[in-house]
Design a protein around this ligand. Structure first.
Ligand SMILES: [Zn+2]
Ligand SMILES: [Zn+2]
Length: 377
């Protein structure tokens, strides 16, 4: 390839975990990363954590062209910026988030940047070389970040500066899983003091949904999972009750725990039709079931609109990124963490090297870990 390994102004060759085919393993390879162009930021990655949705993408594709670099929970230090970037500068600690935004569409103007309708404008146009390539062939930058790598080259809207006191291995978690779960309770559901909540699936997102509900002042916070160690851990994130769905019917158990009424808010984080149905069935009158889990493409859910929804004034709503404007919310989560009021420490199960990524994903799939964070490359 002949390019220098590092030159911040010119880009260079870096190590990355590359996915060459759907259903394949990640392979460590040299990837060419371009220099920052107008509106772009290059970041030296210090921490990149393994979110379950990258595993789903590696198994199901979700339309991404291969080869690809995945990874979208990332924190690091800005090393170079392109023309027109004034909100961050080299030396800044930043967190990346996949919700790049145009800043000009109706959703962005309203502050709802996670719903930007022109987020494709944050990718590079065909008139420029690809941000990532191998031997001159483009490599897909999944979710606009591609964080399983030594460096990322992203649009300025994909990063937010954070307090340098924040440890970067825990900061990375704020890029996706934590804001998706906590934001679902805080922003989307806007859980009110004294309400009741159930969360089905207690991985990184589900535990964060529990914590979000606790911050909102929910009175009953019920964790549902089939993994006893995750249920035990859920108590450190605000769960008041736990239900082992491998032993009891979770709907009956949740209804019993709420004096026979069901919960105001149920959060489905697993991503199966069965758990989606459970989320609906465990609602009280007026309750809303929030769909967060990544269902397989083409999955259908059968709902009786009159009996399930109208008659009981209940609803179902999809939640994307916890309705999170990350430029607004991430600095707030950082402050809460630094003040000891927000638990991120117990989400980090292990710190690993980039070359251990496949084993760490096996650990995630087997339920042995919540989050593995890559801290050496
Ligand atoms: Zn927009
Ligand atoms: Zn994620």
């Amino acid at each position: 390839m002949g390019r220098p390994r590092w030159d911040d102004a010119e880009g260079g060759i870096m190590k990355a975990a590359v996915l060459n085919e759907i259903g394949g393993k990640f392979e460590i390879a040299d990837v060419d990363i371009d220099q920052p162009r107008a509106g772009e930021v290059q970041v030296a990655v210090r921490a990149s954590s393994l979110c379950h949705s990258d595993l789903s993408v590696s198994q199901n594709g979700y339309g991404y062209a291969m080869p690809a670099v995945l990874g979208h929970e990332v924190a690091g230090v800005v090393v170079a910026v392109g023309p027109g970037v004034t909100d961050v500068e080299p030396g800044d600690n930043v967190i990346g988030c996949l919700t790049g935004s145009c800043g000009q569409c109706e959703e962005c103007i309203r502050g709802d940047i996670w719903m930007c309708t022109r987020s494709s404008t944050t990718a590079r146009g065909a008139d420029l070389p690809p941000r990532l390539s191998i031997g001159g062939r483009p490599v897909t930058q999944v979710a606009g970040l591609a964080a399983f790598a030594e460096r990322i080259l992203v649009h300025r809207s994909n990063v937010v500066r954070i307090d340098p006191a924040m440890p970067l291995d825990r900061a990375a978690l704020l890029g996706c899983g934590v804001i998706t779960g906590a934001g679902a309770a805080i922003n989307t559901a806007a859980v009110r003091f004294g309400e009741t909540v159930a969360v089905i699936g207690c991985g990184g997102v589900g535990l964060s949904a529990l914590q979000g509900a606790a911050i909102c002042g929910a009175e009953r916070i019920i964790a549902v999972d089939v993994n006893p160690s995750k249920l035990e851990l859920s108590r450190r994130f605000g769960a008041t009750d736990v239900v082992d769905a491998s032993e009891v019917d979770p709907v009956e158990a949740v209804v019993d725990l709420t004096n026979g009424t069901g919960v105001h808010h149920s959060f489905e984080v697993v991503g199966t039709p069965a758990t989606a149905r459970q989320a609906l069935n465990m609602l009280r009158r007026g309750g809303i079931a929030y769909m967060i889990g990544m269902q397989q493409p083409g999955t259908e859910l059968t709902v009786d609109p009159f009996a399930d929804l109208v008659l009981k004034h209940r609803g179902i709503r999809g939640v994307y990124m916890g309705s999170t404007n990350f430029k607004r919310d991430v600095p707030a989560y950082v402050r809460l963490y630094l003040e000891g009021r927000f638990n991120l420490d117990d989400l980090v199960s292990q710190r690993i090297g980039l070359d251990a990524i496949n084993d760490a994903y096996d650990d995630l799939q087997a339920g042995r870990v919540i989050r593995s964070v890559i801290t050496s490359f």
